[in-house]
Design a protein around this ligand. Structure first.
Ligand SMILES: O=C(O)c1ccc(O)c(O)c1
Ligand SMILES: [Mg+2]
Length: 598
């Protein structure tokens, strides 16, 4: 599959956009007219810059309102096109995208429309250029791709074909399978989008996403395009308010990753298989300075013990049963934060190829003599994801510490339940794509949670066959919160007996996040809970949820260690699969009232 991206999808000036697309590895670009018109570079200069960078200019766009009921104005359109054809030839490009008209004078008669488009195609072909007609979802007369293709067929001109754009097809709920029957697909644009119940025009202009980041079935769309015999570039045309201001280099990498992942979903097996994580190996917390004793006393209160010290020092392994927390003091930061996730996978090295194809090459931490090589990825937010083989070699890097004499408090952990990673404002969708494409996790439902200082968006990513679950959180703006981050990262340990764990934690001097009494009053009203049970939750500050099938969820939060890190313990009963999203607002408000440990 040849890959392309529209310059409108990237921030910056035209040369910056071209450089970002080329550096990421795109084969081609679509030049969006406003990017050229506002550039000091003449078309021939753009052509040679693109040639130097090794990207082809696959398309020039858009040519708007190509037809008009008024003959004089229709003649004016031909003149407008001729001038553009000069530009297009200077650019070294041979395809122009023509949008269906949106103006009041749009031709409503298909024969007349076909005749006008055919006249434009005459002029184009005389210049060695072809026209790709695109039905905009909000077109005045032509708004669906079948109608557009009918007009193209009526015109029956070799220089006139169809441009299919997934947004215009899928936003209207049109069946994409019919694309397979189109005879002349000249160009293919893809964009994903969140499924918002809003008008198509603002939806398209502000909310488009890269494939895999939204709710459209793009693999199905793409299969239909392939079945139509199309073998030109697949081009990302993503109008998005955030990507218009983000770093174009990063956006282009995320964009190409999304396209390669789409190719794999369209024709499974295009990429090497995703790694299947079997379980958590560990979570790593970076903590130095004042952050270190805060983390250590929290872990101690939860019954974890320092059981190993890394051969090269400054990194400790804390364990309780199957829960393993690596505390890394080599961090320059004072505040504790979740810095790395260790996943057990069968063949850590088999990941390399897929990760490289998805522009997430494996990295290796410097290792000392005899230490385990742990291939790792760096997620877009900087979190390391380390792949540990099931044989616990990585643990051999830790010199065992003699077990302390004290007995661990009652009630043990069964493992790590999930982690959340807070994302920078513009990084949420890219991080989600990383988890699904590279790690093979499945994205769940987006929740929007009201917190005292703003809405927090949260999406879980789960593994169908393992306990690896990662939720991503993000605030709504970059200038959040009068200086406070909206939400920290956290790890949730799993237990079968939360009451015992909490009692042990409190007896060991741990501090609970204070949960308002109003919450438990509301709980008693919402669920028909046994009074004694409700009281036991209230006393311990335990939150509760129940799903439609009667599965239950109990969650307990310790006071945050830092603005960036806190610990939760959860108990799942009866197959509850969620994350207590309904309780998150209470947790966020409670953390605002009683922030990190002082
Ligand atoms: O929003 C628009 O006007 C617009 C322009 C060109 C396109 O290819 C498109 O899909 C939308
Ligand atoms: Mg388009």
């Amino acid at each position: 599959m040849r890959t392309s991206i529209a310059t409108v999808s990237l921030a910056g000036t035209l040369p910056e956009k071209l450089r970002a697309a080329a550096a990421a590895g795109f084969d081609a670009v679509e030049v969006f007219e406003p990017d050229l018109v506002t550039s000091p570079l003449r078309p021939a200069q753009v052509r040679s810059l693109a040639a130097d960078l090794g990207v082809r200019i696959a398309l020039y766009q858009p040519f708007r309102d190509p037809d008009d009921v008024d003959p004089a104005r229709a003649a004016r359109v031909r003149d407008r096109l001729r001038r553009k054809l000069d530009v297009v030839r200077e650019l070294g490009c041979d395809l122009v995208l023509v949008c269906s008209s949106v103006h009041a004078a749009a031709v409503r008669d298909d024969d007349e429309l076909a005749a006008q488009l055919s006249a434009l195609a005459d002029d184009a072909s005389a210049a060695g250029v072809r026209l790709a007609y695109e039905a905009l979802a909000w077109g005045a007369h032509v708004s669906d791709y079948r109608h557009g293709a009918r007009v193209v067929a009526l015109a029956d001109h070799p220089a006139l074909g169809t441009c299919v754009d997934s947004f215009h097809v899928l936003s209207r709920g049109d069946d994409p399978d019919g694309i397979a029957d189109l005879e002349k697909v000249f160009f293919c644009q893809v964009a994903d989008a969140p499924l918002l119940g809003m008008d198509v025009l603002p939806w398209s202009r502000h909310h488009r996403l890269f494939p895999g980041q939204g709710g459209f079935d793009l693999a199905r769309f793409q299969r239909a395009v392939l079945a139509a015999g199309y073998d030109g570039p697949v081009s990302l045309e993503v109008f998005n308010d955030l990507y218009r201001q983000a770093d174009p280099g990063r956006t282009a990498v995320d964009a190409l990753r999304s396209l390669r992942y789409l190719a794999d979903r369209t024709v499974p097996g295009t990429l090497p298989a995703a790694p299947v994580p079997r379980d958590w190996a560990f979570v790593e917390v970076a903590a130095s300075g004042a952050g270190l004793p805060a983390v250590e006393s929290l872990l101690t209160a939860f019954g974890l013990r320092r059981t190993g010290v890394h051969r090269r020092g400054e990194v400790d392994l804390w364990t309780r049963g199957p829960v393993r927390v690596v505390v890394n003091q080599r961090s320059a930061q004072d505040r504790a934060r979740l810095s790395s996730l260790g996943l057990e996978v069968d063949q850590p090295h088999a990941l390399a190829e897929r990760a490289r194809d998805l522009l997430a090459p494996l990295v290796h931490r410097p290792v000392g003599p005899g230490e385990a090589e742990i291939p790792s990825l760096v997620a877009p937010d900087g979190t390391w994801v380390q792949f540990c083989s099931t044989a616990p070699e990585w643990r051999d890097d830790f010199v065992p510490v003699p077990a302390p004499a004290d007995v661990a408090p009652q009630g043990g952990f069964t493992g790590i339940d999930h982690v959340t990673l807070p994302q920078p404002f513009a990084g949420f969708d890219a991080a989600g794509l990383f988890l699904t494409a590279v790690l093979g996790l499945q994205a769940g439902e987006l929740s929007e949670i009201p917190a005292p200082d703003g809405l927090v968006r949260s999406r879980p990513h789960t593994s169908p066959r393992s306990p690896v679950r990662i939720a991503l959180n993000v605030g709504p703006t970059s200038a959040t919160l009068r200086g406070r981050p909206l939400t920290g990262g956290h790890v949730a340990f799993a237990t079968n007996d939360l009451v015992a764990v909490v009692d042990g934690f409190l007896a060991a001097g741990g501090r609970a996040l204070p949960v308002p009494g109003n919450y438990h009053d509301d709980l008693a009203a919402r669920f028909d809970l046994d009074e004694e049970f409700c009281e036991s939750l209230r006393r311990r500050g335990i939150l509760y949820d129940r799903d439609e099938r009667g599965g239950e969820f109990l969650q307990f939060f310790a006071r945050s260690v830092s603005r960036e890190f806190f610990v939760e313990v959860v108990e799942r009963r009866g197959g509850y699969a969620g994350f207590g999203a309904g309780n998150t607002a209470v947790r966020l408000a409670a953390q605002r009232v009683a922030p990190e440990e002082d």
